[in-house]
Unconditional design. Structure first.
Length: 392
């Protein structure tokens, strides 16, 4: 069922509407009792009582199906099922065989409302009661075969659906719990790492600051040495924090390729990107450096180039220094400004150099000295030596 599961109480208007429609569909099988009331030759008094009994049965049945939920007392559900069974028995004995179909609804309600350990008993008992009444009701034997199988199969099918719904809900809750535990563990790890990184450094800075404060009036030279130590410790702490943070937010090349496709398309630039990259043997530092290069290059294309097309290639090349992974980003825009690299490219070159790589960037020159487009090439070393020039 869409919106609310079997054996679950609807929690909003939409779920109530959906469950009403779903449950109401199956009430079509009450056409036999309705036809009996309309064309069964009963007198007016019997018809009125029959309509009252049928409406009371449907109302009780719908109330049981709607009010059932996790945490509902099984004793109350058994009492409600007993009321339905009693109504069915009275109506079948007084109005005839057409009313035996009510026991199918009692069986289905048992499967939908009770746990399996109880429904496996109530469904056969309900079916047996229907069979016994069919034997004593005039013409009931002809209805028995057509009602006994739906009562058994319908009831046990509902138990299966109920258990599937409850298992799905339990799995969803378990996934949410696992995600929450993972988030809590990550927060604890971050707090632990920051404590390990900064606890000692900040304590040392505090201690040396106090010493410098005491020495400053009478021993300025010693205070100056303490201040120099403070500067050294703080710089080292800053380096440690930067390394830790870069580890937490280390970019991945596959994720940057996907992000580049989205960014270029959103900016009206036609992207020509490689497939999922083969990063076998590529160190994390090298991959991270290329990911930063791709991000910087695509950002420049989107913001400054005015290009209509951007081509990204990822190749493995064999050089004299070993195998390198080469990333090239080329656009057909206006080209560079000709004023030298900006801060972004300078920082990117430093990052690639730290990973053992290199950066080339610039626009291509046409006849007459006009610039056409811009091309950035970033190279990083790899740990393997596959075929030269293989496309990632």
């Amino acid at each position: 069922m869409i919106g609310v599961g079997i054996g679950q109480r609807p929690e909003n208007h939409r779920q109530r509407v959906v469950k009403s429609l779903w449950t109401g569909i199956w009430l079509v099988y009450l056409s036999a009792p309705v036809a009996d009331l309309l064309h069964g030759g009963h007198n007016a008094g019997v018809q009125v009582l029959g309509w009252i009994g049928l409406v009371a049965f449907v109302a009780w049945y719908m109330l049981l199906v709607f009010r059932t939920g996790r945490g509902e007392r099984n004793g109350l559900i058994l009492g409600s099922l007993a009321v339905l069974a009693a109504q069915s028995t009275v109506l079948a004995l007084t109005l005839g065989r057409e009313w035996l179909v009510l026991f199918v609804y009692v069986s289905i309600a048992s499967g939908a409302a009770l746990p399996l350990r109880m429904a496996r008993w109530t469904i056969p008992v309900t079916s047996a009661l229907m069979a016994a009444l069919a034997l004593v009701t005039p013409g009931g034997r002809s209805f028995l075969a057509g009602l006994l199988i739906p009562a058994l199969l319908g009831g046990f099918a509902m138990t299966g659906v109920r258990e599937l719904v409850r298992t799905a809900i339990a799995l969803r809750e378990a996934r949410a719990t696992v995600a929450q535990l993972a988030a809590n563990e990550e927060r604890l790890r971050l707090a632990r790492d920051l404590h390990d990184l900064l606890g000692h450094s900040l304590s040392l800075i505090t201690l040396k600051s106090e010493l410098a404060g005491r020495m400053l009036p009478d021993h300025p030279d010693k205070a100056a040495r303490q201040v120099a130590d403070i500067e050294q410790v703080s710089r080292q702490a800053l380096v440690d924090v930067r390394e830790a943070v870069s580890g937490y937010r280390r970019p991945r090349l596959s994720a940057e390729l996907a992000g580049a496709r989205v960014a270029l398309s959103a900016a009206g630039v036609t992207p020509d990107l490689p497939a999922e990259p083969d990063l076998t043997g590529v160190p994390d530092d090298s991959e991270s450096a290329l990911a930063w290069a791709l991000r910087e290059a695509v950002t420049n294309v989107v913001r400054h180039s005015g290009a209509r097309r951007c081509t990204v290639e990822l190749l493995r090349r064999q050089t004299l220094d070993g195998t390198v992974l080469e990333l090239s980003v080329e656009d057909n825009g206006s080209g560079g400004s000709g004023e030298g690299p900006g801060n972004g490219l300078t920082g990117l070159a430093e990052r690639l150099e730290k990973a053992g790589g290199s950066l080339e960037a610039g626009g291509s020159l046409e006849a007459g000295g006009a610039r056409h487009g811009f091309r950035l090439v970033a190279r990083v070393p790899t740990g393997t030596a596959p075929d030269v020039g293989s496309r990632a």
